[in-house]
Design a protein around this ligand. Sequence first.
Ligand code: URA
Length: 434
Amino acid sequence: MRMTDLIIRKKDGQALTSEEIHYLIQGYTQGEIPDYQMSAFLMAVVLRGMDTRETLDLTMAMAHSGDMVDLSSLGPYTADKHSTGGVGDKTSLVLCPMVAACGVKMAKMSGRGLGHTGGTIDKLESFPGFSTVMSPERFLEIADTVGFVIAGQTANLAPADKKMYALRDVTGTVSSIPLIVSSIMAKKLASGARTIVLDVKTGSGAFMETEEDAFALAREMVDVGKQAGRNMAAVVTDMDQPLGFAVGNALEVREAIGVLRGEDVPDLRELCLVLGSNILTRSGICASDSDARARLERTLADGSALRRLAEMVQAQGGDPAAVYDPSLLPQAPAVLSVPAPVSGYIAAIEARDVGRVSMLLGGGRATKEDVIDLSVGVLLRAKVGDTVTAGRELAQIHAATEQAARQAREDLLRCYRFSSQPPQRPPFIRGVVS
Ligand code: URA
């Protein structure tokens, strides 16, 4: 088999066999196929696509390029959730404790934030002392005793994806459904959960800006996961504006704790209930959506989800007191109010741009090496469709200095559009693919 022939075949729009796909992934992971050939192949896939059988083969080959985590010791109810990334997305911090309190084990590996989007690992490090580095034995032990654990991705989880994603990033080959599906699903399959629920975002702050692309990605990921023998569902959700009100690491942790304590953050709470219901029904622990929803709501009302979060923070070396007293989380020295410039309706809040404001305050990374400030960010006071009054507080900036806060205030105001009429709004949950 020659890599050159495979590149030419894909360039001509032909499907590759399973053996050919395994050959090229194995050869690339082991350093036998050079970056320049893989780049040409990836571009051919971007232009010519792959059918579902090829995408499944690619996903399986990438998953098996490293460790396959064995969660069988945790029993039959294991689940994982993946979000395609957004602004203000603190879903895992709410969802995992709720689901764990219902008896499903979540052994999650998460990432750090880059660019306008945040990462769960960074957010969790807002708890003083919290660590996401642990042995595989300790990872399983925490999942078993607490019901959920969130660790950083290990070096040998889908190493083919690590190399390929870095290459795609610099060769203009990120935006391809088969490549995105295989990249995400290889890591999820290798992580070992029986049930996988995906949150596919659509809108200005999302990877997939159009709803059509988001559904296409959702369907393909669900197909691949099912063919790999997992229980699957994907929820397509709005990312035209930030999720919830808080954007920035410690601010988001505080908001997540608020939801676990019963505070009303409508979109975040609803998203956790929909994702959670899908986890409980697909994994077979609940027979119906209404039963699943009622059980999840009970975990908020009786405090059991909040207790799970405190137990997990403690098990991972953090201070659980901060779960009950969020004033112990990092706090920014400068807090500046942003008054509404006009009266009327909020017609739009550009999620990507709000994420950028938080990043420029120091809350996110422009490059992988950047050190972030966990305390800074943006706290919205109103969302799209709400009315505002000129001069009343529209948002708050949490910053390291007064000067940074003033600059961010200018930048934040550019993220808004106002109107005199109520804006048309599509539903927050666009649909479920299962
Ligand atoms: N996230 C991933 O992990 N891979 C992609 O290709 C795109 C988003």
